[in-house]
Design a protein around this ligand. Structure first.
Ligand code: CAA
Length: 249
């Protein structure tokens, strides 16, 4: 992949998929910034740990559900690091429960964090990308936005919505050197997936994955690296599945 250095902003980059994405982009020589939720007391510790491992990943507080917080965060990143070339909308939460038990609070929390965040963050960077004639917006969705999942009406709706956002925005910026794509990971061995009750994971989920295993965060990070590259300039409006064959189930 080409060696042009870019500024990459990854939302929710501490832990899970986001962290693997930050590390991969940093390994490629990009300047990487992660956001973390303002209440995360471990942010400084995390950043120090990254430095010890040789990755200089900067971290900025940002509540991705809150417009003003996103405005302030991206303005600070632009002033201190530079304009954002690559945005990875990765921050996401689950509040799994059957629709019967789903209340408004848990619906809103998931829609705000997983979907409204794409508007809040992308709005801060898209015009600049268009003006500079280069940009990459990568939305981390889910296999469950494609196929639905038991206990995830909120999450599946938000994740499916992310790809609608991708398709529409990609049309608007296609002639401006800016690509917008969705990645839909399947079940990856992160804390989010490990929170699923073990008997549900073993009896209902793993048997649906043709490869018979969970994915690795690094496998998704490699795809983000590709979509961020010069070589991926002709890929836009796509929804790329990375799920061990689960989409065939
Ligand atoms: N398919 C079919 N039936 C299922 C099921 C599934 N995936 N999951 C649960 N059920 C069934 C149970 O077997 C049980 O059936 P019986 O009543 O006949 O015994 C019934 O639904 C109720 O299940 P629980 O006892 O678990 O009910 P609960 O209210 O305590 O919990 C739940 C329900 C929250 C949905 C829980 O089952 C759960 O957490 N399921 C996993 C949901 C899931 O897949 N989340 C993905 C998280 S990872 C992620 O989202 C990352 C990504 O992008 C892929």
């Amino acid at each position: 992949m080409s060696a042009t250095k870019r500024v990459a902003l990854v939302t929710g980059g501490m832990g899970g998929l986001g962290e693997a994405i930050c590390i991969k982009l940093a390994m490629l020589g990009h300047t990487v910034v992660s956001t973390y939720s303002p209440g995360n007391a471990k942010a400084q510790e995390w950043q120090a740990g990254m430095r010890v491992q040789g990755y200089d990943i900067k971290a900025y507080p940002c509540d991705v559900t809150d417009w003003n917080s996103c405005v302030a965060c991206v303005a600070k990143v632009a002033a201190e690091v530079g304009p954002v070339d690559v945005l990875v909308n990765n921050a996401g939460i689950t509040r799994d429960m059957t629709f019967k038990k789903m209340d408004r609070v848990n619906w809103d929390a998931v829609i705000h964090t997983n979907l409204d965040s794409c508007f809040n963050m992308t709005k801060q960077v898209a015009d600049g990308m268009v003006d500079r004639n280069w940009g990459r917006i990568i939305n981390i969705s889910s296999v469950n936005g494609q196929k639905g999942a038991f206990g995830q009406t909120n999450y599946s709706a938000a994740k499916a919505g992310m790809h609608g956002f991708t398709k529409a925005l990609s049309l608007e910026v296609a002639r401006k050197g800016v690509t917008v794509n969705t990645i839909s990971p399947g079940y990856i061995g992160t804390q989010m997936v490990m929170a699923i009750p073990k008997e549900v994971l073993d009896s209902k989920i793993i048997p649906q994955i043709p490869m018979g295993r969970l994915g690795k965060p690094e496998e998704v990070a490699g795809l983000v690296a590709y979509l961020s590259s010069e070589e991926a300039a002709f890929v836009t409006g796509a929804n790329i599945a990375i799920n061990g064959g689960q989409h065939m189930q």
